[in-house]
Design a protein around this ligand. Structure first.
Ligand code: SME
Length: 162
């Protein structure tokens, strides 16, 4: 397997996602271990974009437990319906937070995180994990991010990793 990803330098955000998603799909199709794949997906996203933190929280025994990630130390457990991650799990939909201080109940693993997007990953009709991406600047995420991160969650991770 080629453990190398081509990251176009001058691409727009959507061009970057367009280039990366097929490469991520090829990467995870060549490996069967879930944790190995989630670790590599975190690494690819963190090194390709100016994200502060990228990682996964996995549903285990009725709570979210920290999985593979790239970035600073993070909280390890999040309850159903709590924080942005627990809310995305409960509502089974992507939550885009332009300003974390304005989100009631936001869990601040790091005070340097200013905006956030959380995408649930659904397997056999239930949320199996969430993909959490944080940025150090306000309003860092938009419809382009939700479109491609949902594609990553539903068409790549749910399909090939679970
Ligand atoms: N801010 C998240 C907690 C996880 S960290 O951002 C890595 C939340 O409110 O659920």
């Amino acid at each position: 397997m080629a453990e190398e990803i081509f990251i176009p330098k001058t691409a727009s955000k959507s061009e970057l996602y367009e280039s990366l998603l097929p490469q991520i799909e090829a990467l995870v199709k060549s490996e069967t271990d879930l944790i190995a794949n989630l670790a590599n997906i975190s690494a690819v996203l963190k090194t390709s974009f100016d994200f502060f933190w990228v990682g996964f929280y996995l549903v285990k025994d009725q709570e979210l437990v920290l999985g593979p990630f790239q970035g600073p130390l993070a909280c390890t457990r999040i309850a159903f319906g709590k924080g942005v991650c627990g809310t995305a799990w409960k509502e089974e939909q992507t939550i885009l937070v332009p300003d974390v201080d304005a989100f009631p109940g936001h869990i601040a693993c790091s005070t340097a995180s200013r905006s956030e997007i959380v995408v649930p990953i659904v397997h056999k009709g239930t949320v199996a994990m969430v993909l959490d991406v944080d940025a150090a600047n306000l309003d860092a995420f938009d419809d382009v991010d939700s479109h491609y991160l949902e594609k990553l969650a539903n068409e790549i991770i749910a399909k090939h990793c679970l």
